[in-house]
Every structure is written in C-alpha cells, then in structure tokens.
Design a protein around this ligand. Structure first.
Ligand SMILES: Cc1cc2nc3c(=O)[nH]c(=O)nc-3n(C[C@H](O)[C@H](O)[C@H](O)COP(=O)(O)OP(=O)(O)OC[C@H]3O[C@@H](n4cnc5c(N)ncnc54)[C@H](O)[C@@H]3O)c2cc1C
Length: 393
C-alpha cells in the first residue's frame, strides 16, 4: 500500500496554499469588518484564480477546465478551506451537472463558467422544501414549444454573483418529473426578493429568488425532463466532498493557531500548554484531524479508481458528516484555548468557528447524512463502512 502523494498532486497543493495565503487571507479582515468586498477586489480575485491556474478545477480540459483528479481537488479545497469568510468560494466549481449538457449548453454555459466568464448558482431549496426535495413546488409548464417556470427558491448561494441559475422545477407540477433548467438571471420574470443575513460572513450572498412566468425553450433543459434528482445527486456528492475538504483545512488552521498560542501565552508563570487541560485539547484536535484526513483522502482515492457510484455516494455522506462535526469540535476548542481573544472577530479562529457551523446544515444536514449512512447499513451491511475498498474489475 503506497500512501505517498505524487509530485503532481503536491504541486496542486502548493499552488492552492500560495493562492490562499496571498490572495484570500489578505481580504479576510476587510470582509469581516465591512461585511462585503468592493467590486474591484472581487474582480481582481477572479483574475487571480485564472492566473494561479485554478479556473474550473473540477472539469475536463476539453471543456475548459483543469482536469484535476478528485485527490487534487481535495488537496486544493483543503488549502482554500483555511480561509475565513468562505473566501474559498472565490474559486468557482461549475456545477458537475453541467457535464450532462448538450454540446450547445457546454459551449454556452460550462466552458465560459470554467474560464470564469460566467457563474452559476443552484436553486433547489424552497420555503416548504429543504431536506425533502419532493416538497418542491416550483413548476415548469408547457406553453407551445416553451416552458413557463413559476416558483420561489431560498438560500441560493452566490445568487447575487451568478449570471445564471440552475433551477430545480417539476415538469407539469409533477414531483415525479423533477427537472433542471438553465435560466439566465436577466430573463424577464426572474427577481431577487430578499437578501437575508446569516451567521457567517460569506464573500457572496444567499438570496431568495422568485420566478414569475419565466419562459425558456427546450434547449434550456439540462440532462432531460425528469432527470433533476439524478443530476442533483451527483452535485451533492461533489459538494459533500468539497465541504469535507474545506472543513479539514479550517480545522488544521485552527489547530496551528491554537498550538502556537498555547506555547506563547503565559499564565501562572508558565505556557498554558503546560496545563494538561490545554494540552489534551490540542491532542484531541490533532487526532481528530488525522482521522478526518485519512477518510477524506481515502474517498478521493476511491473515486479516482472508479469505485462504484453507490459506494461513493455512501462514503461521501460519511465524510461530510464526520469532517463537518470534527471541524465544529476542533474550532470550538481553538476558541477556548485563545480565551477572550478567541471571541474577537479579528481572530481567525473566531471566524472559523462561526464559518464551519453551516457545514452541518447545507448540502444535507448531519441528520440526513445519518439517514443515508443508516439506510446503506440496512441495505448493504456494515462492511461498506467497516471493510476496505473493492476496486472494479
Ligand atoms: C447558508 C446556506 C446556503 C445554502 N445554499 C443553498 C444553495 O445554494 N442551493 C440550495 O438549493 N439550497 C441551499 N441551502 C439550503 C440547505 O441545503 C438546506 O437548508 C438544508 O438542506 C436543510 O433544509 P431546511 O433548512 O429546509 O431544513 P429542514 O429540512 O426543514 O430540517 C429542519 C431540521 O429537521 C431535520 N430533519 C429533516 N428531515 C429529517 C429526517 N428525515 N430525519 C431526521 N431529521 C430530519 C434536519 O436535519 C434539521 O435539523 C443553503 C442553506 C444555507 C443555510
């Protein structure tokens, strides 16, 4: 068993680290204190993504991406996840569902999105439909040779920055016909109703959208009528992996800062790390990170070797669950080790602690991940999680 990372992977990791430290970290405090970054800064960061060769890391070279392996993507996301304010979102990941587009859709949407000329957001959640997508009410009805979309979508991440929306709507209002539509934001009938504030400071927004008699042609159906949930599943797997890697990065940065502080901070005539209560916290943080990293890299390795899609789906839930909860525990301990300073917004550990809270909610809550893992245990037995990976062929 060879667990060494090849030179090409280490090169991606190094590039992402340089990007995070030189492009993202310098913007953290302004973003936190002002709540948003100026347009010029966001444009400069977009140009920097291209300069650093990080544009479209999750898509093939033929469609304009970088053709990174899953392992390379995880290494990159881990480094970017160290940035607060969700600045990792500056590095776009065009939705994986776009791979299933027609040649024209790939030309019009995917390739420009890989290059950073266009940006997508994905709209599934609604006021009545969160964990349960069958409660989606947004519908797309036939009118001659057009589709007419009506409905409301919530929590649309980067919806303020995007210029098109991948909308999950039921064809003919039938929940058995979930379908994805590519909707340009400038289409008449599309509007942002509200831009709420959230616990974290996020480099972009999560606006709520309303669709009123929005007309699109058949050429804007992505992957076929009724294929919406199938395509969304792939998107969930990719997003869950990215979240797990981001959480790993956040936890590592929190440990590094806390470890350093525990050495420097003197109380009662000694470094606070000399108190066993502090040292044990540091030890638990290190061990939890080590466990999460082993899981995250293993699943990336499985994907790169073509392991069965159902296994990947189950394992993606397991690592999203574990890594997000681990990051919550680790960043909370980091705050504790810093004492009052850990509660100051100017301290990255305060921001990391707040930032990782959402990772237990979005792309499927922790409870939904447990439902998936539990269901797989019931159907396929514990070996899926307790055994080792069987490669195809
Ligand atoms: C900041 C942010 C950004 C987001 N970005 C996007 C986005 O870009 N696009 C998008 O479509 N959505 C997005 N979401 C929505 C997100 O995916 C949902 O919030 C999430 O899936 C949970 O849905 P809900 O909020 O409606 O909670 P609910 O589904 O109402 O759940 C409420 C509680 O009930 C629990 N629960 C529900 N069902 C079960 C069950 N079967 N078993 C056990 N417990 C259960 C949940 O775990 C949770 O604790 C975002 C959310 C946030 C907060």
């Amino acid at each position: 068993m060879d667990l060494t990372l090849p030179a090409a992977d280490l090169d991606w990791q190094r590039r992402a680290k340089v990007f995070a430290e030189t492009v993202l970290f310098p913007q953290e405090e302004e973003l936190e204190l002002k709540g948003a970054l100026p347009r010029a800064t966001k444009d400069a960061m977009r140009a920097a993504v291209v300069q650093h060769g990080l544009a479209g890391i999750n898509h093939a070279v033929e469609v304009g991406g970088q053709g990174c392996t899953q392992m390379q993507q995880m290494l990159i996301s881990e480094e970017l996840g160290k940035a607060t304010g969700a600045l990792w979102a500056v590095v776009w990941h065009p939705a994986v569902a776009l791979k299933h587009g027609t040649a024209e859709q790939i030309r019009t949407y995917l390739t420009p999105s890989c290059r950073g000329e266009r940006r997508a957001c994905v709209a599934v959640t609604e006021p009545e439909a969160g964990s349960d997508p069958r409660r989606v009410r947004t519908r797309a009805d036939r009118k001659g040779d057009r589709w007419v979309i009506n409905g409301e979508k919530w929590f649309v991440t980067s919806g303020d920055e995007a210029d098109y929306i991948i909308v999950h709507a039921n064809a003919g209002g039938d929940p058995d016909q979930p379908t994805l539509f590519l909707v340009d934001k400038a289409t008449p009938g599309v509007r942002i109703a509200r831009e709420p504030k959230f616990t974290h400071t996020y480099v972009f927004g999560h606006p709520e959208f309303v669709f009123e008699d929005v007309e699109v042609g058949d050429d804007r159906v992505l992957g076929g009528v009724g294929q919406g949930l199938e395509l969304t599943k792939d998107w969930f797997v990719e997003a869950r992996l990215q979240i797990a890697a981001n959480c790993l990065g956040a936890a590592i940065r929190a440990l590094e800062l806390a470890n350093d502080w525990a050495t420097r901070r003197v109380q009662f005539g000694r470094s606070i790390r000399d108190f066993q209560s502090i040292e044990f916290m540091l030890a638990d943080m290190a061990v939890e990170i080590m466990a999460a990293k082993s899981m995250v890299y293993r699943v990336a390795w499985e994907i790169d070797r073509g392991v069965d899609r159902k296994v990947v789906h189950a394992h993606a839930s397991a690592i999203k669950l574990y890594a997000s909860e681990m990051a919550g525990r680790v960043t909370d301990k980091a705050v504790q080790i810093f004492g009052g300073r850990g509660y100051m917004r100017e301290n990255p550990v305060e921001r990391l602690n707040r930032d990782v809270r959402v990772d237990r909610i979005w792309e499927g809550t922790s409870e939904i991940q447990r439902v998936i893992v539990g269901g797989q245990l019931r159907r396929r037995g514990p070996g899926l999680f307790t055994g080792w990976t069987a490669l195809p062929g």
